[in-house]
Design a protein around this ligand. Structure first.
Ligand SMILES: [Mg+2]
Length: 229
């Protein structure tokens, strides 16, 4: 049934959003003279506005935190506070890779029978470092780091690797990025929800639940693939 199984990386293979959530908590404390809701809302709208310039990832997040602190303080944010934000970013970049449960065994097992692809968005260098540190790099036939995950992005990758979409499975935590575009081009998608997902990734067009599978955790994937054979 399948030739290629592709995986999203952040919050599918390893924890990622939790690092952003923790940093945002520290950022709220830094700007504690403003209410946490105001800080969250301003940061969120700044991030969305900046996505088209900076893309996804930690660097864009740092710049958006700096911009938010300038805006909320009316330009009175101190150099010391900006340094604090930069330090938050350094800590995020240095955070250890924590694999999700079952990931190592499942990826290793599936790599014996399928070509595995890793398709992730974010900063190039940051993602390359995370993949290297994850201990999973050798199981993947190829890694694609893209600026966004749209129908066009996936079509390009499928063409490039000469993959028949009907024999392609994409596994990920984001409905918007990993599931909806794949269902729309006729591939198989497996949604493994993460405990917290950025609201932007939750915003997506409707797809019929019958057109993709949903699993509680990665450990259930090999069985699902066998059933689909
Ligand atoms: Mg993800």
């Amino acid at each position: 049934m399948f030739d290629v199984i592709a995986f999203d990386a952040d919050d599918t293979l390893w924890h990622n959003e939790s690092i952003f959530t923790m940093t945002q908590q520290k950022f709220r404390e830094m700007l504690s003279s403003h209410g946490p809701e105001v800080v969250d809302q301003t940061l969120s709208s700044t991030q969305l506005k900046n996505l088209k310039h900076f893309g996804y990832g930690i660097k864009g997040f740092i710049l958006s935190m700096i911009e938010t602190s300038i805006e909320l303080t009316g330009g009175n944010v101190s150099g010391k506070e900006i340094q604090q934000v930069l330090d938050f970013g350094q800590e995020m970049l240095a955070a250890p890779i924590e694999l999700m449960p079952h990931v190592h065994e499942v990826v290793e097992e599936l790599s014996k029978n399928f070509n595995l692809l890793l398709i992730t968005k974010g900063d190039l260098i940051d993602q390359e470092i995370k993949i290297a540190r994850s201990g999973l790099a050798d199981y993947f036939a190829a890694v694609e780091i893209v600026s966004d995950k749209t129908i066009e992005t996936y079509k390009k990758i499928l063409t490039q690797h000469k993959i028949d979409v009907s024999r392609f499975m994409m596994v990920g935590n984001s409905m918007r990025s990993d599931i909806v575009p794949i269902v729309q081009i006729g591939g198989h998608a497996v949604h493994i929800p993460y405990s917290s997902t950025w609201e932007h990734e939750q915003d997506h067009p409707y797809v019929d639940k019958n057109h993709y599978s949903e699993l509680k955790h990665m450990g259930m994937l090999p069985k699902l693939i066998k059933e689909k054979k």
